[in-house]
Design a binder for this molecule. Structure first.
Ligand SMILES: [Mg+2]
Length: 108
């Protein structure tokens, strides 16, 4: 079995639910299984409110309730290394990366 080389451990993959996982749960289920066998931690991060329960994702589900996903997960101290999302504009930018980018821009 292969593994994710050179990755920070655990390598965390966030998969969106609506119009991503929901497009084909069987296929995404296989993808998730392959990633987990390679050592990744895979979970769902959805823009939904907690009362809009996701029932068929195979694993943990985080509900941002309309907050940008990167900020939300940063506040929970949950690392995300790779995002899989049909609407990347709803991810936003991790505040630490934003600050790093700002420092780089100030140095130029
Ligand atoms: Mg979506």
């Amino acid at each position: 079995m292969s593994e994710i080389r050179g990755a920070v451990r655990p390598f965390c993959v966030a998969i969106d639910y609506d119009d991503t996982f929901s497009t084909c749960p069987e296929t995404w289920g296989k993808v998730i299984e392959v990633l987990r066998q390679a050592g990744a931690r895979v979970f769902c991060v959805t823009f939904r409110r907690p009362d809009m329960v996701v029932t068929d994702f195979p694993g943990e589900v985080f509900y941002t309730a309309g907050r940008l996903k990167a900020d939300f997960m940063h506040d929970l101290k949950q690392d995300v290394h790779v995002w899989v999302d049909d609407r990347p504009e709803l991810i936003g930018e991790n505040p630490e990366r934003r600050r790093f980018r700002e420092i780089l821009n100030e140095a130029v």
